[in-house]
Design a protein around this ligand. Sequence first.
Ligand code: HEC
Ligand code: HEC
Ligand code: HEC
Ligand code: HEC
Ligand code: HEC
Length: 191
Amino acid sequence: MEPNWNRLDEHVKFYLPVVVAVALVSILITGLITAPVRRVKGYSPVQPVSFSHQLHAGQMRIDCRHCHLGVEVSRHATVPTTAICMNCHKAAATDKPGVIRLREAAARGETLLWKRVHKLPDFVYFAHLVHVQAGIRCDNCHGDVRRMDVMTQVSTLSMGACLGCHRQAHERVPGSQANLTGPENCSACHR
Ligand code: HEC
Ligand code: HEC
Ligand code: HEC
Ligand code: HEC
Ligand code: HEC
């Protein structure tokens, strides 16, 4: 028997748009429901000790790399150990409640469990070293940290935000070469 191509065509005409519409709607709904969790602009969790970047990095001008060791040579920036804090706080501001808590933790050999502020989903690959070595300043992605009394996420870290810079990185990075761009192929960030 000859297949009835006209019937098939009608089926495709009817079902294909339905399937596509259902797929698009479910992607959209999932995106909308999870968006507040992913795009946590303004997120600032309560930390075990209230640590002020405005005081340490702003007023006292301590270099970011003093505490965030390895940010220019590795994928992740580290968060300081209590030992780094205690280099100064054996002597400095020892009467402040936060410093007393810090000293007690250090004496017990405990690390302070700083809560993570910026976090990309696991399916995204990001490495600090390439960006920092390309001359991109921390402020570009983390905002004016030197003025933050409480660390807050100010940028969405969305795909659009990454690509927005990758397309025209030379405009976003002062003093960079005029042809500086970042990758736009999917596999660069989703590997
Ligand atoms: C004296 C140590 C110290 C210095 C200097 C310092 N930081 Fe931090 N930083 C910390 C600590 C402790 C935390 C974790 C607690 C918090 O989030 O406030 C942190 C957290 C952060 C985070 C959030 C990490 C996350 O979980 O997402 C960013 C971003 C950051 N610092 C950037 C900077 C930048 C940029 C500079 C320089 C302008 C800087 N820091 C200087 C100690 C320091
Ligand atoms: C191109 C954007 C960009 C630049 C520039 C940048 N960061 Fe980040 N930073 C991020 C992103 C994105 C994350 C979240 C990474 C993740 O979840 O894997 C992050 C996370 C962090 C964290 C939390 C620990 C970690 O590595 O996940 C710290 C601390 C931090 N950054 C400090 C810094 C400091 C200090 C500088 C400057 C020396 C800097 N960052 C420059 C985008 C950037
Ligand atoms: C390079 C030296 C240095 C390092 C490193 C350092 N601090 Fe401080 N910190 C100071 C000084 C100095 C003060 C007092 C500033 C003032 O009162 O004007 C201070 C003040 C503080 C205060 C009291 C703020 C207030 O007024 O209540 C806390 C809490 C604190 N630091 C926590 C930390 C933590 C946590 C770390 C490690 C992540 C750290 N500090 C690393 C030098 C340092
Ligand atoms: C302010 C500009 C800027 C922002 C924002 C930015 N990038 Fe980049 N990125 C660059 C530049 C410039 C390069 C190329 C550096 C080079 O070639 O030396 C790059 C390179 C990369 C690479 C290729 C190098 C590697 O590590 O494999 C990846 C992956 C990457 N970026 C991921 C991201 C992700 C994910 C985000 C968002 C969370 C992001 N970038 C945000 C400027 C940026
Ligand atoms: C420069 C890095 C970068 C490149 C290149 C990139 N993405 Fe993404 N992508 C991201 C980041 C970051 C997120 C997480 C966004 C969030 O959490 O809101 C993401 C999320 C996604 C998601 C999840 C849905 C969403 O919006 O959160 C899909 C699907 C996706 N990307 C597909 C792609 C495809 C297809 C390409 C190639 C055309 C691509 N991406 C290229 C960084 C990138």
